[in-house]
Design a protein around this ligand. Structure first.
Ligand code: KMH
Ligand code: ZN
Length: 311
């Protein structure tokens, strides 16, 4: 088995400040949290920028550059920006970070889905919301389609290839695996593939252990065991740790972080993504799986190296 690559997803764009006071907003806070996660054992950091004052998901390329630069100054962890963007961004806007930063890796979403957190809008009384934008933002996702057409995916992939950026493919359902198989058949996308099985998003496949096995078996059948490596995301608690533990046992990698889950144990908020990373490290050690350093992860994934980025 490869050593375990742990990704920490620090902010995302669906976790709300009202849900947890531990969500980092400013570039400084995000970089500090990245360092804590790297020290805890994360090899890569998945980043969404936030408005430093309000915590609202931000579209500003300048903020991403600032975050990337601050992280690079503090740790050699792999910086992986989102190209998922925010609900109001066009695919072209989401992609602009890739030529601007030329990161070693960036996310590449494999299909369009309903992507919703609207039930959270009813979870709090009006006086409980910490920021004025949160309730309407959560409610608006009831009608949000996370757009990733075949045309979009092709442009995202080609742009990443041109910039030496490895796509971190994200599959939210089994059908998305057939999309990647289509691109491989047409020689539009070439192996080796690095993919995350994202489970537990409302609109995507559920965070059940069986689904991880099903997605892995589907990839083995469609793509071939030697042509890809995978990581898993289980959104929510305890899914994050159950799904992660399964992946540790069967040779996959793991992503944790406040983007996906805010609890360290039942009803107890994690003080930061670093606590979630620490817990995965403890589980991995108990199960005899070694943890990959950032440079070992670079080798496993075939990345161009931290000296070839534009920040
Ligand atoms: N922007 C969200 C709808 C990614 O980071 O690439 C999906 C997302 C995926 O967060
Ligand atoms: Zn994300």
């Amino acid at each position: 088995m490869d050593k375990l690559i742990i990704t920490a997803a620090l902010t995302g764009n669906i976790t709300l400040p009202t849900q947890t006071p531990h969500l980092p907003f400013s570039p400084e806070q995000i970089a500090e949290e990245a360092k804590r996660c790297a020290d805890a054992g994360a090899a890569s950091i998945h980043v969404h920028a936030r408005d430093p004052k309000t915590g609202q998901p931000s579209t500003s390329p300048a903020l991403y550059k600032e975050i990337a630069t601050l992280i690079k100054a503090r740790t050699d962890v792999i910086f992986v920006p989102t190209t998922g963007g925010t609900a109001t961004m066009t695919p072209q806007e989401r992609l602009q970070l890739v030529p601007a930063l030329k990161p070693e890796m960036a996310t590449c979403n494999l299909g369009s889905i309903n992507f919703s957190i609207h039930p959270i809008a009813d979870r709090y009384e009006d006086y409980e919301w910490k920021q004025p934008w949160e309730k309407s933002f959560a409610a608006s996702t009831k009608d949000f389609i996370f757009r990733n057409t075949f045309g979009d995916i092709e442009v995202f992939y080609k742009t990443m290839l041109e910039n030496g950026t490895k796509p971190e493919f994200e599959a939210y359902d089994v059908g998305h695996l057939y999309n990647i198989a289509y691109f491989l058949r047409r020689n539009i996308i070439r192996p080796p593939i690095w993919i995350q099985f994202v489970t537990g998003i409302l609109g995507g496949i559920g965070a059940d252990l069986e689904n991880i096995l099903f997605m892995k078996q589907t990839m083995d059948r469609l793509i071939g065991t030697d042509n890809y490596k995978y990581s898993v995301i289980g959104c929510g608690y305890p899914a994050e740790f159950n799904i992660g533990t399964l992946s540790i046992m069967i040779g996959g990698m793991v992503r944790v972080g406040l983007e996906d889950n805010i609890f360290i144990s039942k009803g107890v908020l994690a003080k930061g993504s670093y606590e979630l990373v620490e817990k995965v490290v403890r589980i991995a050690k108990e199960l005899g799986r070694e943890i990959a350093t950032p440079d070992e992860a670079r080798q496993i994934l075939g990345l161009k190296g931290k000296d070839k980025v534009n920040f």
